[in-house]
Design a binder for this molecule. Sequence first.
Ligand code: ACO
Length: 334
Amino acid sequence: MYAKFHSIGAFVPSKILSNEDLEKMVDTSDEWILKRTGIKERRIADDDEVTSDMATKASNIAIKRAGLNKEDIDLIVCATVTPDYFNMPSTACVVADKIGIKNVQAFDISAACSGFVYALSVAKAFIESGMKKHVLIIGAEKFSSIVDYTDRATCILFGDGAGAAVISATDNKDEAIIDVHASADGSYADFLVTPAPGSVHPVSQKVIDEGLNFVQMKGNETFKLAVKTLTKDVKDILAENNIESKDIPHFVPHQANYRIIKAVGDALKMTEEQVVVTVGKYGNTSAASIPMAINDIYESGRLKRGELMLLDTFGGGLTWASALLPFAGDSFKE
Ligand code: ACO
């Protein structure tokens, strides 16, 4: 039994936060943000629009595009670091309820920006072992809920959104996900951290006074490590599977910073047509970034059935992951 990437869906909040809006909030400029990150604007969820709402909308689209009924889904894995609730229930359980699936295994994955590709590796393993047939994997983030909008180093980077995919069993090897790499090095944990709430810093007045509930990042150090690690990881996955970068029509990197995307794309000798870039309009949406980018090329008609995708990502933990797979769904026709 093999696992195939059966369908994709995404939800993008309607509210736009532009660089010009940020100029009025912190000491920054459109020019600086564009030059250093490639970001022009990002989407921000409404106050009453939570992570599970965005995840549910993306999931319903993905299930419909797979031609399945919601009851066919036998596992839900939601990747998020901005869950509805930090302890319990998991966002995957909330999404199961909002979709209307009563009897399903459901859990969250915490791997920051690498979460969606981590979820893909879990779905692949569950399907190849014969335990599940149709796994709904989600990357969803309301990152604006952990961003300090007085910190110019982080608030310019992040946005909200969700993407989802159905990974299904198949006996056709041509449709199968070829390979997934997923790895971590916890010794760099302090590069990207949201110190509270958690057992280290339970909620207290100190947490609020010191803003420990907001994301903190060693941007420059993260940047350098991201370029080095990602370049090695994608080169390795291509070499191990005897595939050359010129044979990949869609390189879908994590959308954190255009300079990182460009550096890795150049190292792989990719052309502009091969590299998918959405960071300019969505910013960094963490675990949602890759499925949102796949959905973008799908809905624009660029991604066709059978075409190869190379995914790669890097995030808090530190975690990183890559995947090599054909798109095994129907081409877009809505
Ligand atoms: N506007 C204007 N100036 C700024 C801003 C801003 N928004 N932010 C920082 N600066 C200043 C700094 O204060 C610094 O000034 P100084 O030289 O006087 O000290 C200068 O700009 C340079 O700062 P750096 O941090 O060195 O800038 P850099 O070129 O590294 O860009 C950035 C910063 C965009 C954050 C970059 O480092 C980056 O993208 N890092 C990687 C992010 C990433 O990939 N994260 C992983 C995924 S996220 C996740 O997992 C959730």
